[in-house]
Design a protein around this ligand. Structure first.
Ligand SMILES: *Cc1c(COP(=O)(O)O)cnc(C)c1O
Length: 460
């Protein structure tokens, strides 16, 4: 084989293996029908390559597993908590830390602590659980991301940026006292893992603070964001991920984190804050909803795995491999002419289902159908990120109709090799060849909250 470029490989070797099971097309046709054409309702044992999510599906390192044996399972004052607290302070640069069982636990606490009924919470595109908790706390989410983020084919280095004019317009319209904070997601999951620039977070900080509005970072994927800043933003080429991360967080007042993403764990999260009064409120509430403030719904060993995962996530070779592996899958698909969101983001490749299934109207759930068809074709599990995920308008009850109608192929960290991604690309390309045969779906069961998780469909 002649190399067209210098080869690169996974920055780890494999110590434990988990066998994969291949299934037949007939088997998968039965299983997806039984699952209401919703990939969330499939059993994992019926899946071959699982790209549903990168949430909690990471492979932990030997360093993290060794730490699991050092779990201090004391009800109060576990030493693993203090180690976690120390690493959050050191790497994320916040003063106070409250552990939670996962990201949405942190979102629940911060939403309840800061939002009053009738408030508005701006954000750079919604995230499902974040917005849900803001609404349950009586707030109204307002999207202030730049317009380009809603267009899958516009190539911009920082497609997750906040549009400062939109933010200012909201302040002028409802008044700063009705805006407890702005949520900045970095990277922006729903926009395809798109990053926010250092310049932008600084501007957001300045504008928000001028009006006494807090900036709360969704730092779940902030290491991927730091890597994009290093690669793309003027002046950061020679800075370490660690330094970029600390600077980025310094422009915000607090953060919610799901440890199940960048931190390489299977469970866990935390909320971090600089204001001692807000910390007091968070610490009071965590006892009601999660557990004592030194464990927050986690075992000591889980906190140890998170603390160690934080040290690993900022290592250049780890984050570089992570983002490049995603890019690798994206490049294979781009070369084959498959419509995907560009540029490729930090954690996933997003198929543009509007273009893929051009003949299906959005009311027939093209992305939902595409995710089901890809599973039937290959046993690869993906996820809908379109009209089903967008849910309904809180006031009118109408379906939100997002411009982005996507299928997410999410890469778990350190789990699959490049060969697995070759198989995934091949399967998508095969499906694309006979795309005009695809049929749409109708929804036959719809849950009240976060409907995409449990909704059921039938073929039209
Ligand atoms: C996964 C995720 C969350 C929610 O975290 P969970 O641990 O799943 O509750 C919040 N924000 C972003 C950006 C995420 O990717």
């Amino acid at each position: 084989m002649a190399f067209t470029r210098k080869p690169w490989a996974e920055p780890y070797k494999i110590k434990v293996v988990e066998p994969l099971k291949m299934t037949t097309r007939e088997h998968r046709e039965v299983k997806i029908k039984e699952s209401g054409y919703n990939t969330f309702l499939l059993r994992s044992e019926d899946v071959y390559i699982d790209l549903l999510t990168d949430s909690g599906t990471n492979a932990m390192s030997d360093y993290q597993w060794a730490g699991m044996m050092l779990g201090d399972e004391a009800y109060a004052g576990s030493k693993n908590f203090y180690f976690l607290e120390e690493n959050v302070q050191k790497y994320y640069n916040y003063k106070y830390v409250v552990p939670t069982h996962q990201g949405r636990g942190a979102e629940h606490l911060i939403s309840q602590a800061l939002i009053k009924k009738g408030d508005y919470v701006p954000g750079n595109m919604y995230f499902t659980t974040t917005r849900q908790h803001q609404e349950l706390a009586g707030g109204t989410f307002v999207d202030v991301i730049i317009d380009e983020a809603h267009n899958p084919s516009v190539e911009l280095p920082f497609k997750g940026n906040v549009d400062l004019n939109k933010f200012q317009a909201l302040i002028d319209k409802v008044g700063a006292e009705k805006i407890p904070y702005i949520t900045v997601g970095a990277t922006v999951n729903m926009a395809g893992g798109q990053p926010v620039s250092m310049a932008n977070i600084k501007d957001v900080h300045d504008l928000a603070h001028k009006y006494n509005i807090r900036v709360i970072l969704d730092a779940t994927r902030v290491t991927e964001n730091a890597y994009f800043i290093q690669q793309r933003e003027e002046g950061y080429k020679d800075k370490s991920i660690e330094a970029i991360l600390r600077e980025f967080c310094s422009y915000t007042d607090g953060a919610t984190v799901s440890g199940k993403k960048d931190v390489y764990t299977n469970i866990g999260g935390f909320v971090a804050i600089n204001d001692p009064d807000v910390f007091d409120e968070l610490r009071n509430m965590v006892v009601v909803y999660e557990g004592l403030h030194t464990y927050g719904g986690l075992a000591g060993r889980d906190m140890e795995a998170m603390a160690r995962g934080i040290e690993e996530m900022v290592k250049q070779e780890n984050i570089e491999f992570r983002v490049k592996q995603v890019q690798y899958l994206g490049d294979l698909l781009i070369e084959a002419g498959i419509p995907i969101v560009q540029p490729v983001g930090g954690h996933a490749v997003f198929l543009d289902a509007r273009k893929f299934y051009e003949h299906l109207p959005q009311t027939q759930y093209p992305a939902q159908a595409l995710a089901a068809d890809l599973y039937i074709e290959s046993g690869v599990r993906s996820m809908e990120r379109g009209i089903v995920s967008a849910g309904r308008n809180k006031e009118t009850g109408e379906e939100n109709k997002p411009r982005l109608e996507l299928v997410r192929l999410t890469i778990p960290r350190r789990v699959y090799t490049q060969s697995h991604l070759d198989v995934v690309a091949y399967s998508v390309i095969e499906l694309y060849k006979h795309r005009e045969k695809a049929t749409g779906l109708k929804m036959v069961y719809e849950p009240a909250y976060l409907r995409f998780f449990q909704a059921r469909f039938e073929r039209l």
